[in-house]
Design a protein around this ligand. Structure first.
Ligand code: BMA
Length: 311
């Protein structure tokens, strides 16, 4: 008998393709934020041509969502973005900073995958700012604070020599990024052995920035995606105070085990609440959206008391 770290919402899945008023094949990997007291979800959805768009759903309680009639973002039709988003926009993350919401997303094209940055003030309109990486990057999350006057992001470059690790970079203006450094790697013969990547936008706790990330293990039956937690120093987020040796969530419900891509829980958003809990949102099997709740202090304890080295 093991106690659940993340208590799943009894009404999972909270959003499926049947809730979307335009034709899509999946609803998953959603970025989350609270705006004007309401929960805003930017979800990824496959169109029936296999390419992804980003839809918007809203909720009063964080569990029951209504989808807006039109998608929030579709691949750009013109300009520099059109060339790099032709194959779809995926896996958005939302960061609330300086009175606006920054949205990072994976932009796919025949040239590969890179990261786009857009902004919105009210989720009524959206403006693209820049493509902020070259190719072979995914999963960029921006910290919702500046550090010594600079923006900071976690990112996930991929190369054969250093596959799928978590890096951190700085920027004076959100467009130009540098001083990149490795902060976390997969652990050998461990649940995240194959790859790790940034997940939800980190949120502040009294003991550090809590980051929910994903880790992948390759089995004879394909990859298994799980979620883990890491704690970053409040003043210097490039310093990791602890990475939990144990995962916090693995595919267990039928819609996490079976679907478009089986055995996947994949997180792009979490919302800390004033009562010390955090609502965690994840895509199940790249097909539906699910939610659950955890005690923030438990997650922080796991990082500090069950820690393994970051790399
Ligand atoms: C990753 C990304 C995610 C997806 C996951 C599982 O590489 O493509 O968007 O959820 O694989 O298929």
């Amino acid at each position: 008998m093991s106690e659940a770290i993340v208590e799943r919402f009894k009404g999972n899945p909270i959003l499926t393709k049947d809730d979307v008023p335009y034709p899509v094949a999946t609803v998953h990997n959603a970025g989350m934020v609270k705006h004007d007291g309401r929960y805003v979800m930017l979800f990824r959805a496959h169109r029936r041509n296999g390419r992804s768009i980003i839809g918007l759903a809203e909720s009063e309680d964080g569990f029951h969502f209504r989808v807006r009639p039109e998608p929030f973002m579709v691949p750009a039709a013109e300009g520099i973005f059109a060339a790099y988003e032709e194959f779809g926009v995926e896996d958005p993350r939302i960061c609330s900073l300086e009175g606006r919401y920054l949205v990072t997303y994976s932009a796919y094209s025949k040239h590969g995958v890179r990261i786009g940055l857009a902004q919105t003030e009210d989720f009524e309109s959206v403006e693209r700012i820049s493509l902020i990486t070259e190719v072979d990057y995914r999963n960029v999350v921006i910290f919702p604070a500046k550090f010594n006057g600079r923006y900071v992001r976690l990112d996930r470059p991929h190369s054969q020599i250093s596959p799928w690790s978590i890096w951190l970079s700085y920027s004076p203006d959100l467009v130009h990024w540098g001083e990149s450094r490795l902060v976390m790697k997969s652990a050998p013969y461990h649940w995240d052995e194959m790859k790790i990547g940034p997940g939800a936008t980190p949120f502040e706790t009294d003991r550090g920035w809590l980051h929910i990330f994903h880790g992948v293990f390759r089995t004879m039956d394909g990859a298994v995606y799980r979620l883990g937690v890491a704690l970053h120093d409040l003043k210097d987020p490039s310093k990791i105070l602890g990475v939990s040796d144990e995962w916090i969530l693995q595919p267990e419900d039928p819609w996490e085990i079976t679907g478009y891509v089986h055995n996947v829980v994949f997180c792009c958003g979490a919302i800390p609440e004033e009562d010390g809990t955090v609502k965690i949102y994840w895509g199940g099997a790249d097909t539906v959206m699910c939610a659950g709740t955890a005690q923030i202090s438990n997650l922080v304890d796991m990082c500090l008391e069950k820690a393994r080295p970051p790399y």
